[in-house]
Design a binder for this molecule. Structure first.
Ligand code: GDP
Ligand code: MG
Length: 180
């Protein structure tokens, strides 16, 4: 058949503590822009990123939690039908890294795929333009952390300097497509 590009639509969650850079990462990835103040509106924002993936089209619907992260957990309804997640922390604030496992547990406790597995999650160590913290200097430790906590990978990112965001997204998409 002609013009039969296969299409995928994936709901992707972007979660993590307030101020880690979730909105900035989405704006950078989808709109190629960066600003130092995005209002923490209450509610959910969506952004759509379209990728040409070999001969297929991938639409990523990115869900930004916009203000609700201050309450520390999300409702099941919010997580429903997501296919992947970015969990973000800020390398300059250790407490946001400590919160990563809480976010991952919250996600996995409220959402599993029809095959019983947890959804693909990639860990983003954001604001890497600010230097590296002690923990980050040890990449092997991060690899082990990902293994222990069920992340498919991790990336140092900067929304400000546009570092590794495309790479991280490709990693997530690759994993989702391969497991479909
Ligand atoms: P959110 O609450 O997780 O959505 O975080 P925001 O995207 O609103 O970002 C919080 C603050 O961190 C803002 O002032 C951003 O400009 C700043 N920020 C976000 N990403 C980066 C980054 O990669 N590097 C630096 N230096 N600052 C960032
Ligand atoms: Mg935000």
């Amino acid at each position: 058949m002609q013009n039969s590009r296969k299409e995928h639509l994936y709901k992707i969650l972007v979660i993590g503590d307030l101020g880690v850079g979730k909105t900035s990462i989405i704006k950078r990835y989808v709109h190629q822009s960066y600003s130092t103040n995005y209002r923490a509106t209450i509610g959910v924002d969506f952004a759509l990123k379209v990728l040409n993936w070999d001969s297929e089209t991938v639409r990523l619907q990115l869900w930004d939690i916009a203000g609700q992260e201050r309450f520390g957990n999300m409702t099941r309804v919010y997580y429903r039908e997501a296919m992947g997640a970015f969990i973000v922390f800020d390398i300059t604030r250790p407490t946001t890294f400590e919160a990563v496992t809480k976010w991952k547990e919250d996600l996995d406790s409220k959402l599993t795929l029809s095959n019983g597995k947890s959804i693909a999650a990639v860990l983003l160590a954001n604001k890497c333009d600010q230097g590296r913290d002690v923990f980050m200097n040890n990449g092997m430790k991060m690899d082990q952390f990902c293994k222990d906590n069920g992340f498919v990978g991790w990336f140092e990112t900067s929304a400000k300097e546009n570092i590794n965001i495309d790479k991280a997204a490709n990693c997530l998409v690759k994993y989702i497509i391969a497991s479909e």
